[in-house]
Design a protein around this ligand. Sequence first.
Ligand SMILES: [Zn+2]
Length: 271
Amino acid sequence: MWAATLETILLLHLFVLLPLQGVGAVTEFDQAATSRSLKQEAGQRHEVHCSRERSRAAWKAIAEYLIPFVDEEQYELPKKCRLNPENDMFRDQEQHKIHVDTNEWRCGFCRKSFRAEKFLDQHFDNRHYNQLNDSQGRCLADLCGALHCDFVIDSKKTKTKCNPAAAARNRHLCESLADSCFPLNKGQSASRLHEFFLRQFCDAHTCAGGKKPFSRGGKKESSVFYLAVCILVVMLLPLFYTVVYLQQREMNKGVQVLKRISKPGLKTKPS
Ligand SMILES: [Zn+2]
């Protein structure tokens, strides 16, 4: 009897709560924070109500479009700044993902292997949930509105209609992040990054249009640039050696004596 009741409760969890989480993942980003706090108030303490997927998108935005510039300024994000990697509850787990092969993901805690990343995610949820510090302010997905997660996930998908109230809310969240992470009284680097953050992340929160997020570019662009340079160098190297080889051959054809006369520079070389 009790076992049956327990089973019903478990099934209810599976069929009611899991789809709810799925809906949470696709709902408009500006609602993420409110839905989370509502769920918390409902008193389900042992469940983690923070989307791993959207947290990952938020982290991607930070890692690609902010951290390189923060590093450049040699600035250290304050502990209370929610963009600080230490304030991402999934960071530790994400860093324990080992991508061995296209079809092999390994758990860095217990070395178990999985066919796909999503199975490793499930494994983390089931086996290593005790590693999660689910305290207040550690859900990066809650910042998705400010950090343009939807754009990170799919940059081609354009919103059909802009909601001025949502845009204003996201802008406010964005500006509060700028204030807490780059306080204007914390020196020149902080001031420069404050300004940069507003341009890079906050300006696009408007219905006026014409403003794209990440206007200052990101890490990816520079790496593409370096890749292009590397390819160019690799392609030019054979050409360079061919020219050198042909020149050498041309010189060897000439008479030894003539060669010596025509190249007086050789004399300076120690014998
Ligand atoms: Zn494991």
